[in-house]
Design a protein around this ligand. Structure first.
Ligand SMILES: [Zn+2]
Length: 651
């Protein structure tokens, strides 16, 4: 089966951020997954270079626009290389093939009667490259909530596309194909946009920067094609249009266009299919819009002054804090973005969040499994596996469940759900090692059981590598290297199978998969000085003077309300009455408590903790709780032994 997936082509008026990286990582994960399944994948990305703004930016930089675009495009290529984005084609709209495709496309829709010469007079938002009606302006400014900038008055002869002709056909297509636009609430937005009435779209500009309207169209002199109409055609160009009919017949229509929500409704979900209908071409099979990353509640957007982080400083921080390689930091970022954000919703990005996922999920759950099993094979079995054993009922069904769940989730772009399913399997595998206790079997001299347990645990690791490979390809490679699987040809089917590790397989050298350096410099509370002496430092750090302790204000509170924090599986938002004052607090207890069982419960609160914004919720305090290390489901809230009045002091 063929699978053609696209990212949008990115504007060259900005470089890649963790926001654009999310789109590319999501597409890359699906592309890799489909390749593992044996599909013939075409995965494309690129740069959109004909924006009017590029002229201005180039002028400011003192170079010609093409040179400016070359620089930014090269930066995108470098960023995607670093993030291990396995695209098959990187298209730039300044390439001759795009020029040919756009001209052919516009000739076709002209011949089909959907282009007419009119006069464009109106408002134009330069950063958004969008023409706007007077009624759309808000206080004379761009209505895009992410933009809100002053608009410019433009007046010129121009060609219009008969967008208004396509409303009914678009609505009919949406009705007949319920999964065409996802998620559902974005589809509803597109439907409202169409029902609100489609206006014909001006598709040319008088400019020198852009693809000229074909000379066969009358009065085309001096007109170039509107940057959006040009950009969308890239999806056809990458599939071979108009030169390679065979390639085009194979890959078009695209199976999936993925993009951020800001370019969904007006462009991909409506204008693009209308253009394709006009050209008599089949429509893409599915289009999906994801949300924005916010940073501490601030929206990331190309039009805003808030600068979202570039991927590079995030990777550097992860490497510095953990001592891991760049490859592992890249995989941690890829994992974090897909695990943290519910596809379609907004998510809050933080490097601390990446480090937390690194420590909890990658080092603790995945890395730990590998780094405890392989040394046991080395110690007890001279680094060799014995005969394959039959599927272990404690592991194999859990692995199959994870594979099935991933497949179901991947089909609807639920990366988060897919990863959660894999982590359920990893928890089962770690539990298996705990319960089977190979060290005890070795001590008791039960060789038969020890062989079985070590082989089964190694199989679980092999399957885990296969399952995480679409998201963390380099980590999967490293796991297989450590298992000694040199030249191993990975397929998705192997995630379903058992007993593939050959008898006598020599495992490779064990190395910490996701290393964790000890904190290097710890300022001790007592002296305030940096202490580098490792264990001694941690002992000293544990000592707090009574005066220090007295600074912490602990109070008895009562939970007034509790609700889940959207998009965060472990967090609850609580309102706690601490005696005449109600505080909102975010607590990581959702795996251990249902919201309703908390209401009315007494808790102990750190009342003078610095407020922090967690997932966009301002948290003003902390609830004390205990837990079994490494088990998020074991959390137990600390409460007074006998009820106390709200606000009572704890010391
Ligand atoms: Zn704007």
């Amino acid at each position: 089966m063929k699978f053609y997936i696209t990212t949008p082509i990115y504007y060259v008026n900005a470089v890649a951020t963790v926001g654009t990286a999310y789109t590319s990582i999501a597409c890359d994960t699906l592309a890799r997954y489909r390749r593992l399944r044996g599909d013939d994948v075409l995965f494309t990305t690129g740069t959109d270079e004909h924006a009017v703004r590029v002229l201005r930016l180039a002028e400011e930089a003192g170079v010609d626009p093409k040179t400016y675009a070359d620089r930014v495009a090269a930066q995108f290529v470098e960023d995607w290389r670093r993030l291990n984005i396995s695209y098959d084609d990187f298209i730039r709209t300044t390439e001759p093939r795009q020029h040919r495709a756009v001209q052919r496309f516009f000739e076709t829709i002209y011949q089909n009667g959907d282009l007419y010469l009119g006069s464009y007079e109106g408002w134009y938002c330069v950063p958004d490259e969008t023409f706007l009606a007077e009624t759309e302006l808000i206080n004379g400014r761009c209505p895009n909530p992410e933009c809100g900038r002053p608009v410019e008055w433009v007046s010129e002869p121009a060609y219009f596309f008969r967008f208004s002709n396509y409303g009914d056909r678009l609505l009919a297509h949406i009705a007949a194909n319920p999964d065409w636009l996802i998620p559902e609430f974005r589809k509803n937005e597109a439907v409202s946009f169409i029902r609100g009435g489609l206006r014909d779209v001006c598709v040319t500009r008088r400019s020198t920067w852009g693809i000229p309207l074909p000379p066969s169209i009358p009065d085309s002199e001096g007109l170039v094609i509107y940057v959006w109409a040009d950009a969308l055609v890239n999806y056809l160009t990458c599939a071979g249009y108009p030169d390679d009919a065979e390639e085009f017949a194979k890959f078009w229509p695209a199976d999936l266009h993925v993009m951020a929500k800001d370019i969904f409704t007006r462009f991909h979900a409506t204008m693009w299919p209308a253009m394709l209908m006009s050209a008599g071409l089949p429509l893409p099979k599915q289009m999906a819009a994801h949300g924005y990353w916010t940073v501490a509640g601030e929206k990331i957007s190309k039009s805003r002054s808030v600068q979202p982080p570039r991927p590079e400083p995030v990777l550097e921080r992860v490497m510095a804090e953990t001592g891991c390689t760049q490859e592992r930091a890249v995989d941690a970022l890829r994992y974090y973005e897909l695990r943290e954000m519910t596809f379609g919703q907004d998510g809050d990005f933080s490097v601390e969040g990446v480090l937390r996922r690194y420590a909890d999920d990658l080092a603790n759950d995945l890395g730990n499994l590998l780094n405890r099993v392989l040394p046991m094979i080395a110690r007890y079995r001279q680094g060799r596996l014995t005969q394959p054993c039959p599927p272990d009922p404690a592991l194999h069904p859990a692995a199959q469940q994870a594979a099935a769940d991933w497949e179901r989730c991947a089909d609807v772009l639920d990366f988060r759900g897919g990863l959660e399913a894999i982590w359920v399997f990893l928890a089962a595998a770690n539990r298996y090692v705990d319960q089977q206790a190979p060290w005890a079997l070795a001590k008791a001299g039960d060789n038969e059981a020890l062989d079985r347990v070590l082989y089964s645990a190694a199989e679980a690791i092999r399957i885990a590598a296969c399952l995480v490979a679409p998201v963390m390809p380099d980590t999967a490679d490293e796991i297989e290297r450590q298992l000694g699987l040199i030249g191993w040809e990975r397929t998705w089917q192997q995630a379903w199978q058992w007993g593939l590790l050959p008898a006598g397989q020599a495992i490779g050298q064990a190395r910490p998969l996701f290393p964790r350096t000890e904190p290097r410099k710890v300022a001790t509370a007592a002296t305030g000085k940096a202490d580098k002496t490792g264990e001694g430092a941690s002992k000293e750090r544990a000592m707090v003077s009574f005066n220090e302790f007295k600074k912490i204000e602990l109070r008895v509170g009562e939970v007034v309300s509790a609700e889940p924090v959207p998009g965060a599986d472990k967090l609850l938002k609580l309102v706690v009455d601490i005696g005449g004052e109600q505080r909102t607090m975010v607590a990581g207890i959702a795996l251990s408590y249902q919201p309703q069982e908390l209401v009315g419960k007494q808790v102990v609160v750190v009342a003078n903790l610095e407020p922090a914004t967690i997932r966009g919720v301002r948290s003003e305090g902390m609830i004390l709780a205990g837990w079994v290390k490494g088990d998020d489901k074991s959390i137990s809230i600390v409460a007074p032994d006998r009820p106390l009045p709200k606000g009572s002091t704890v010391s």
